[in-house]
Design a binder for this molecule. Structure first.
Ligand SMILES: O=C(O)CCC(=O)C(=O)O
Ligand SMILES: [Fe+2]
Length: 244
């Protein structure tokens, strides 16, 4: 399936991402995560990171240490979302919904996701999950994001995306994106996703199916960020369900 991102910003040409060509489904099935290189250009990343200062864009700010979530802060966008974020959310959803539906079938879960994001949001909104979840995160030296799952109500779309907006090695050091998977009655496995500026990672929000010798089982997934050693790191998070 081809995902077309029309004009992610005024400067950017139309980009076409061939989701099949990038082995998105294959990686997600094997590892629970996949990396999409250079989804955004450096100038788009800088423009998005700069939005962090513009409080008119956001519905709320979370200081992570106050909640035991880690150290650093983030802000949830208000509706209407910035056009580039709205486009990313809409454009990536259909291909991810196909994977999510296949996973649910494999795991014996009877929830199915509609083919358009607009339709899925209607389902969230009818259930009272009305608040937008796309967010910008900002970390400084010493900050980190504890392993977590982004669940905001009954309706959870099982895949999400994060885009690194800062340049590792230059804007910051440390601060690796980390995923863990907890298999039933087994020790946990960790995976570090080596993101460059503008790269996206798509990953499982809460669980995913794994084929074992005795059939399919579910592994629990969590994600977080290791300690930022120096500098400042910004990320854009795109979650497909809305929040209560
Ligand atoms: O900063 C990161 O890389 C992780 C962000 C995150 O937890 C999210 O987007 O849900
Ligand atoms: Fe998260």
């Amino acid at each position: 399936m081809k995902t077309v991102l029309a004009e992610t910003t005024a400067q950017s040409p139309v980009d076409v991402y061939d989701i099949d060509g990038l082995k998105v489904a294959e990686d997600l099935d094997r590892y629970g995560a996949t990396l999409i290189p250079k989804l955004l250009q450096a100038d788009e990343c800088r423009a998005l990171a700069t939005l962090y200062e513009d409080d008119r864009r956001f519905r709320s700010r979370v200081v992570m240490a106050r909640h035991g979530f880690g150290s650093g802060e983030y802000k949830y966008f208000s509706y209407p979302l910035p056009a580039s974020i709205q486009q990313l959310r809409t454009a990536f959803y259909p291909a991810l919904a196909e994977i999510a539906n296949r996973w649910n079938q494999t795991m014996g879960i009877d929830v199915r996701y509609p083919s358009t994001h607009a339709e899925y949001l209607r389902r969230c909104h009818v259930a009272g999950q009305l608040r937008p979840t796309p967010l910008l995160l900002r970390y400084g030296a010493g900050d980190y994001n504890c392993l977590h799952q982004d669940l905001y109500g009954e309706h959870v779309f099982p895949l999400q995306m994060a885009i690194l907006l800062s340049q590792p090695g230059k804007d910051f050091t440390g601060g690796e994106f980390v995923l863990t998977e907890q298999r039933p009655r087994m020790q946990s496995r960790a995976e570090v996703v080596p993101l460059q500026q503008g790269d996206a990672v798509i990953f499982a929000v809460h669980h995913r199916p794994v084929e074992g010798a005795r059939g399919v089982y579910r592994v629990m997934m969590r994600h977080g960020v290791s300690r930022i050693r120096t500098g400042q790191r910004h990320t854009l998070g795109i979650i497909f369900h809305d929040a209560q």
